[in-house]
Design a binder for this molecule. Structure first.
Ligand SMILES: [Zn+2]
Length: 636
């Protein structure tokens, strides 16, 4: 079977070679198989199954029915977003991609200590070839929208890289931060049933002036409208915002993208939404999205793009929601309006992604189209902890309120899938992938406190790590692994001869950690001995990888008071990919794929080689995953 496919691939490459030599031949050949890939961040298979059973994910249901489906997909170690996407796109494990976390230790080791790290959502750090690079080697045109690691390793593709353009935080402005006053110094005032009130606020380095009015044409009682301008004049109104509670249809009440200057003078865009305005004008709740810079390769191809395509949002307002900036959260006694507001930010972020994808699918040339959404992951992090009856503080009434809200985040991702599916032709594969699952936790394990008590880790009188007396640390970037302060690293003290003894000591003391008699650390892996088999370690990876009991999360802080501590329930991922909770989904649908096939023993590492084989493009150079031939239909 494999041989046959290789022959097919070879003959296709030959055809492509001929086609490039004799361009006029192209039209007489059957066009190449195309693919649309959508990645959902953090999809949990059991939750998806529940939603499929109740008909809540109609597009995914259709995709699964007509394709091959895996619901026990094993991610990489650590099961974090950056490593998992690096692995999905390259077919290679973190040991080979160099992406061992969302942040990774800085290289070269001789110049940086175990305390120094760098953001790993960075193509320059990716050491393995991604799928779109091998597709381009085969002459295919690639469009990648807001995907982790989309970009640099591609010359001709169009890459929307919104996450790289994030230039500030989202925020809220309310009556406390910007108190409404009688409007006095304006050049002109609009008609208003009651005297207009003014306020002002800044986003990035841009100042805005706002007028609260009671619009005579708006039946709402009292103040109902906010006019936003960049000077105290109505000559150029930047936005006219109506006060409207969050909820279905709320996305019509968002502003168009608004230009702002970042603090270093660059042009960015943001969106505004007035979630609340008291009829007496005493208070209001104005939300703005993170200012983002336009970051698209090949801007020459974007002439027809609209402003919504160019002004990226990327995420829902989860930090603001969690901090209570939208009001009390349900678990803290709120009435659900904070959740409605948060979900509307999710909906609008998804809407903006959909607009970009819709435009790009229609206006750009592509044979491989790759898209990403950060959902359901973001909502999973916030709410998974309240849905697990296995956690001690479980409250049924809170779970009953939050479950439909989390389902809503999945439904919005299903709508994005539906949009992409409408743009396929008969010779287009549609694949849905995800990077990891999610687990409910409510306890922290202070690994460094244990290391400190046993003199593996030392701090000075100011609480800073003393490298001269430190053999190992659980780094602040929390990648599920410890780093040994080895002599090949700057400031290192552990020689190669001493390493084995240090590993033995650490293994022993970690296994001794107890929470009411239960052993908390359940596995310790040494990258030096287990690295090849598990795909862990490598130059920018960890030295000792750990796994914990379900419900526990490593706490990387140095000054923790207790070894095991409770925290508010939430969802996490990052540890051992073999945990049932870390499993995720993969669906392949289209030409060459059996309909209704249930795949088993699938790893995320298998995705890139499999899709490459289906598209008759070279398997990415560094891939070690297998081609899932069992899901292929007979090539004859
Ligand atoms: Zn996540």
């Amino acid at each position: 079977m494999k041989l046959l496919y290789n022959r097919v691939a070879a003959s296709v490459s030959l055809l492509l070679l001929l086609a490039s030599v004799f361009p006029t031949c192209v039209s007489s050949q059957t066009p190449p198989i195309k693919a649309i890939v959508l990645a959902w961040d953090g999809a949990v298979p059991s939750f998806v199954h529940d939603m499929l059973r109740s008909g809540q994910l109609p597009n995914l249901e259709k995709l699964i029915a007509g394709g091959a489906f895996a619901d026990d997909v094993i991610t990489c170690f650590p099961s974090l977003t950056a490593p998992a996407f690096a692995t999905l796109w390259t077919g290679a494990p973190p040991r080979l991609t160099g992406i061992s976390g969302n942040r990774v230790p800085r290289l070269p080791r001789s110049q940086f200590t175990i305390l120094e790290s760098t953001n790993a959502f960075n193509n320059a750090l990716l050491q393995a070839e991604p799928l779109w690079a091998s597709a381009e080697r085969a002459g295919r045109r690639v469009v990648v929208t807001h995907v982790p690691f989309g970009g640099d390793k591609s010359d001709r593709g169009v890459h929307f890289q919104g996450y790289r353009g994030v230039a500030g935080r989202d925020g809220v402005i309310n009556g406390r931060t910007s108190k409404p006053q009688p409007a006095q110094s304006w050049e002109d005032l609009p008609s208003s049933v009651v005297p207009p009130l003014e306020m002002n606020f800044t986003i990035g380095a841009s100042r805005f002036y706002g007028l609260l009015i009671d619009d005579p044409s708006d039946p709402q009682e009292g103040y109902d409208t906010l006019l936003v301008a960049s000077t105290r004049s109505l000559k150029e109104v930047t936005a006219k915002l109506k006060s409207q509670p969050a909820g279905p249809g709320g996305e019509f009440f968002w502003s168009k993208p608004i230009n702002v200057k970042t603090n270093d003078g660059r042009d960015a865009a943001t969106y505004l939404r007035l979630f609340d305005l008291k009829p007496d004008g005493s208070d209001f709740l104005l939300f703005f999205t993170r200012p983002t810079l336009e970051t698209v390769s090949r801007t020459d191809l974007l002439n027809d793009a609209n402003s919504a395509t160019r002004a990226f949002i990327g995420n829902g307002a989860n930090p603001l929601y969690s901090q209570g900036a939208f009001g009390l959260t349900l678990p803290n006694g709120g009435n659900g309006s904070a959740e409605e507001r948060y979900l509307e930010t999710v909906s609008f972020a998804q809407h903006q992604l959909a607009e970009t994808n819709r435009w790009a699918l229609e206006h750009l040339p592509w044979e491989l189209f790759v898209a990403y959404t950060p959902f359901p992951d973001e909502a999973e992090h916030m709410w998974r902890g309240f849905l697990d009856p296995g956690l001690p503080g479980f409250r049924q009434e809170i779970a009953d309120r939050l479950r439909p809200l989390l389902q809503q985040a999945y439904r919005l991702s299903d709508e994005l899938l539906g949009l992409l599916m409408t743009r396929r032709t008969e010779n287009t594969i549609v694949a849905l992938i995800s990077d990891h699952g999610m687990e409910a936790i409510d306890r922290l394990v202070a690994i460094n406190k244990v290391l400190q008590e046993r003199r593996i880790l030392a701090v000075d009188e100011r609480g800073r790590v003393d490298l001269a007396r430190t053999k190992a640390i659980y780094p602040a970037f929390n990648n599920g692994y410890l780093l040994i302060n080895s002599t090949d690293r700057k400031g290192g003290i552990v020689t190669p001869e001493e390493r084995q003894e240090v590993v033995r000591q650490i293994r022993e003391l970690l296994f001794e950690i107890r929470d009411s008699d239960r052993q908390v650390v359940t596995a310790v892996y040494d990258a030096q001995t287990d690295g090849n088999a598990m795909g862990i370690g490598g130059e920018s990876g960890g030295d000792i990888y750990i796994d914990l009991l379900p419900g526990y999360e490593p706490d990387p802080r140095l000054g923790a008071t207790e070894i095991v501590a409770r925290r508010e329930p939430h969802g996490i991922h990052g540890l051992n990919p073999l945990r049932p909770s870390m499993r995720t989904l993969m669906v392949l649908n289209g030409p060459g794929i059996q309909a209704g096939y249930h795949l088993r023993d699938v790893r995320i590492i298998d995705f890139a080689p499999t899709l490459a084989e289906l598209l008759s493009i070279p398997i990415p150079k560094d891939a070690t995953g297998r081609v899932l031939y069992e899901a292929f239909s007979d090539p004859h």
